[in-house]
Design a protein around this ligand. Structure first.
Ligand code: UDP
Length: 236
């Protein structure tokens, strides 16, 4: 049962429950981009993202990846393990898009021979700057061993998700992961949804993710619904 609100992020609100080991993440309809400078709402966005995340966490768990997902308690509310969050945004990239094409002379659409893992410091205050192992360890965010393990998990998750999404006619361009610690183990946290992945339609190459909001290329609700129809057909 939900007790106290712990904090409200850009797209989810986290609540304590009567069990200190568990929390509830409520996926909201609010949307932000460009460090919160662009804001909006899209009806059913929270619902579609919650259901897509649930399905992808279930798939990963079945493949041996430990995630924080426990159960759904409503259409938009996910019961999760309470973790000690590691302040690193882990971004596996298969095809160049977004910030990597703005920061480096890499053309959008370039397919990487092997996935490129980017680590960013999860800090709105500092604008999520890119990290390397030494900086993360110096700041006490994680140990070298943890970072090596996180990279390994991210590569495995990327391979599993790439194949799974391709079977649904979606190309996984890049996505963001967060991890936490639980009982000495590294656990996949947060969400995997249209807000946190770049997905291109296999046939048309059209963006089916938050880029339609970032760059005004389409309607958010119908775009996220299209992805939900492919990944969670059982909710329709
Ligand atoms: N991403 C995210 N949250 C962030 C930053 C990035 O979910 O705070 C996701 C984003 O949706 C994309 C990937 O991580 O799928 C890479 O994002 P990028 O670094 O290219 O940043 P952007 O182009 O979105 O500014």
């Amino acid at each position: 049962m939900k007790t106290k609100e712990l904090y409200s992020g850009k797209a989810k609100t986290i609540y304590r429950t009567d069990n200190p080991e568990q929390m509830i993440a409520d996926f909201r309809d609010s949307l932000t981009a460009f460090d919160g400078k662009k804001k909006s709402e899209a009806s059913k966005k929270g619902y579609y993202n919650a259901q897509i995340s649930r399905k992808l966490f279930e798939m990963l768990e079945a493949e041996g990846i430990r995630t924080h997902y426990i159960d759904m308690v409503s259409d938009t509310e996910m019961l999760v393990d309470a973790l000690e969050i590691i302040l690193i945004e882990v971004i596996p990239r298969n095809i160049a898009a977004g910030s990597i094409t703005r920061t480096y002379p890499i053309k959008e659409g370039t397919r990487f021979e092997k996935p490129v893992i980017v680590l960013d410091y999860k800090s709105d205050e500092h604008g999520d700057p890119m990290l390397n192992e030494d900086i993360a360890v110096t700041m006490g965010i994680a140990t070298y061993e943890e970072i090596a393990h996180i990279r390994e998990m991210a590569l495995k998750i990327n391979a599993l998700l790439t194949d799974y999404l391709y079977s649904k006619d979606l190309i996984l361009v890049d996505f963001k992961l967060e991890f936490g610690r639980k009982d000495g183990e590294i656990v996949l946290a947060d969400e995997i949804s249209c807000d946190t992945c770049r997905l291109w339609d296999k046939t048309t190459g059209k963006s089916l993710d938050k880029d339609v909001f970032r760059f005004g290329g389409g309607d958010v609700t119908s775009t996220y619904e299209e992805v939900a129809r492919r990944l969670v057909p059982e909710i329709f």
